[in-house]
Structure formats: C-alpha cells, structure tokens
Write a protein that binds this ligand. Structure first.
Ligand SMILES: [Zn+2]
Ligand SMILES: [Zn+2]
Length: 88
C-alpha cells in the first residue's frame, strides 16, 4: 500500500460539454485558452462551426465566405457565395 502524493495523483479533468470527469481528457487550445473534453464528440459539439446552409457541424476543412462557414463549396454556392472551391 502506497499513499499517493500530490504529484502522483491522477489529474482529473472535467469535460466542458457533458461534465464527465476523466483522467484522459483531451486538451484543445483555442486562441490561447485551454479547453478540456472527454471525447471528440464533445469537442466537436463545443468547437465545430456550423454550416450556414445545411446546419451540419463542420469537422473537415470547410469553406469560409463573407464571414460565414460552410461545410463544402456546394453549400456555399447554394447561399450565393461564388467562386469557392473545396480546399484540401
Ligand atoms: Zn464530454
Ligand atoms: Zn453544408
């Protein structure tokens, strides 16, 4: 039996989305601020922009037009943004 010292204790972090405490949360730094999530699903829920046209979460490259985000060039063109092509 061995009592854990402060340094040995597992660092439990709470997911910002669902509140789950987990010792293997992922840390994502956005604009210099750390955010903690227990899963990609929660990270996407919190951080992914939403397509202005179809409303889906943008988890790929997406496209940006006039300050709006779209999941693909097709959605952007449906909203009247011309001359866009999928990146990547
Ligand atoms: Zn979560
Ligand atoms: Zn879309």
């Amino acid at each position: 039996m061995h009592a854990l010292t402060e340094g040995e204790r597992k660092f439990m972090t709470r997911c910002e989305v669902c509140g789950n405490e987990y010792d293997k949360t992922m840390e994502l730094v956005v604009n210099g601020i750390s955010h903690y999530y227990d899963s990609f699903e929660c990270a996407i829920h919190a951080l992914a922009p939403i397509c202005e046209h179809c409303g889906c979460k943008i988890i790929g490259h997406g496209v940006e037009a006039a300050g709006n985000f779209y999941c693909c060039a097709h959605c952007a063109s449906q909203k009247g943004a011309m001359g866009l092509h999928d990146r990547g």
